[in-house]
Design a protein around this ligand. Sequence first.
Ligand code: SF4
Length: 187
Amino acid sequence: SSDINAITVGSKEIVDQFPLCGQHAMYGLRTLHHLKYTARQQFTLFLKGIGLSLEDALTFWSGEFKSVSIDKFNKEYKYNIRHSYGLEGGRINYKPWDCRTILSKPRPQKGEYHGCPYRDLSSDSLARKLREMGLEEKDVQQILEISDKGDYTNACSRVLEVKTNGHVQEQVTHPNLYFDRMRQYTK
Ligand code: SF4
């Protein structure tokens, strides 16, 4: 959608509609002013999926990589972003990763922000993130229990249901599906 651009993509209004994996990647990016390879891939493709154009993606990413000079950005990172948009290498139009793909990658190590937070965060950190999303304590506890059982996408689906006041009851299989449903509900 055309209201997603280099400026708005990082706004609270838009980020609030990201699933937790997207919010977590944005948090990592804003904390480190950098993201490692797998998180860059996961997040670049997610943002492409929500409608961020290549031009806006390059503006957004170079702006967030504050510790990286424009020269270094152009040399080391621009190619990967263009590649994700299908403009380099094999020119494949890469699709945003679904939850299954995200869960099939190696788990994030310390300082890495890819993956699925319902699996990868400690209970304490996950609870804190859920409270920051505005969830009430009973919902937080229920979602921690679901995550503990290993039902990560069910935990995410339950968050979507709570965030839409019960209106969206759908199995989350893809971060971009979560975003689309949140947007439809919010509009
Ligand atoms: Fe992201 Fe899927 Fe995990 Fe939800 S279940 S946080 S959409 S990877």
